[in-house]
Design a binder for this molecule. Sequence first.
Ligand SMILES: C[S@@+](CC[C@H](N)C(=O)[O-])C[C@H]1O[C@@H](n2cnc3c(N)ncnc32)[C@H](O)[C@@H]1O
Length: 507
Amino acid sequence: MSYEHVPQSSTVYTPLELASAMVSAARGRPNSLWLDPCVGDGAFVSQMAKQGVPAKQILAVDIAPHVGALDHAAQTVRGIDFLEWAVQHHSAVDHVVMNPPYAALSRVREELLERALEVRLSDGQCLPFKANYWAAFLLAAVTCVRGGGSLVAVLPAAWDFAKYASRVRETVGRAFGEVFVVRCGSPLFPKVQEGVVVIVAFNRGGTACINRRVEVPTLVETIASLEQIAQGKVPHGTSTLRAFAPPPLELQRLDALIHIGIGAVTGDAGYFLLNEAERSEWRLPQSALRPALSRSRHLTSATIGIKEWRALRDQGARVWMFRPTEAVLQHNAVKAYLKHGREGGCNVAAYWINKRDPWHRTSLPARIDGFMSGMSKRLPFLVLRKMQGLTASNTLYVIRFKKHATEAEKAKLGVLLLTSSVRAELARHARIYADGLLKFEPADLGAVRVPVVQARKDATRVLLEATALLLSGREAEASAMADEWVTSATVTTANESQVIAERSAVA
Ligand SMILES: C[S@@+](CC[C@H](N)C(=O)[O-])C[C@H]1O[C@@H](n2cnc3c(N)ncnc32)[C@H](O)[C@@H]1O
């Protein structure tokens, strides 16, 4: 791994008493999962362990390959770029505590730089080249925090004054319900001349928009402030800025808009689902089969039309469902395939097959508008059907709009499902399986609420682009794009830049 592509001067170690106060300030909950994305010698891991967090509940990452003395106190992964790791670990942990590397992006090299420049801000824009590596780390770490979780980071004073930092502050502010900034006036690290800030962000996904700030002269008061925060108090001398949040959007349950059901239950996927090679080997006429999607990985785009389906077919995917109509039952190839089924090729005694008449006529879901996966490593997203006759097997869910919906209205729902607030809600409804698969029953999905927003013509374009980002592993960017679309679709009278300031006199 290109460990040499990060300047070594970027590495400064956190004093243990500060590390301890930062870990406490995260207000860890029992059984929650912790992350240090750039563990170094393990200053934070040592304090997590000291505060009773077992190694199995701490994830630690570092690009430096050499084993550290405290690696055993966490599930430590070395020799990997955290920005690469983060893409696979969205909403994976409850608390992050970090001291990210500090280096101008102009000094970061090759794929590490490329990944840093792909990190997005809440407005959907990428970080500029003149930004610093800490900002990329911080934004990537935010995406790893689950709904309701917290993040604590010690950052350079550039958080306050660098031009690129204003949108980083805004992104963090939007991602959490409450953010404390503790600004320490004196340097904390031997190699760094300026002071530092410690940010403590609570309630990931919350919309309270509370920003608090306290300025202190030295490390001693920084630690005292963090200890107050750890106890749920507001440190003495804190200013509170409360952004006027936009009025909450009206929400409606997904099952008020769409019917979500399972795809066709063939009873024996091995017999009824075929790929193109199997179809031609049996010489089955196309009229004996229905084009079908049968795996979550077949959801390759926001819309599946003939082009996308053919691409799957040509890749060897099982995209044919054997379902002969009355008219083709006498076709020789169909007769041969049915005979093969009866003679052991199909489990005809299976409950679903045995109970239907004729045994090979799988019931198909009625009118289908789209598809969703109920079991995947990724949270569900909507795929619209653009191909007549395309059906799905029961590994997928099929969607039907309850009332007539225009193309823009259908696409709008797809965009809403990609917004960060809906994804946070989806994450809360997920049943998590041991291998990281997220499972949703139709009722779990139906209970998820989406905002009430007017459809606009550009919904389809935004859905296609945002889904492409999601499918390439850039979920945060997909959500940023969807959020932006919803914000611009929402007429709001609130002026978010207005703030009310109040001084808290008592801790
Ligand atoms: C400022 S030190 C912090 C170390 C330790 N957490 C502490 O607070 O004392 C930053 C750490 O980030 C690591 N690092 C730098 N670039 C990284 C990357 N792309 N992915 C993961 N770790 C990285 C460095 O190896 C270093 O250990």
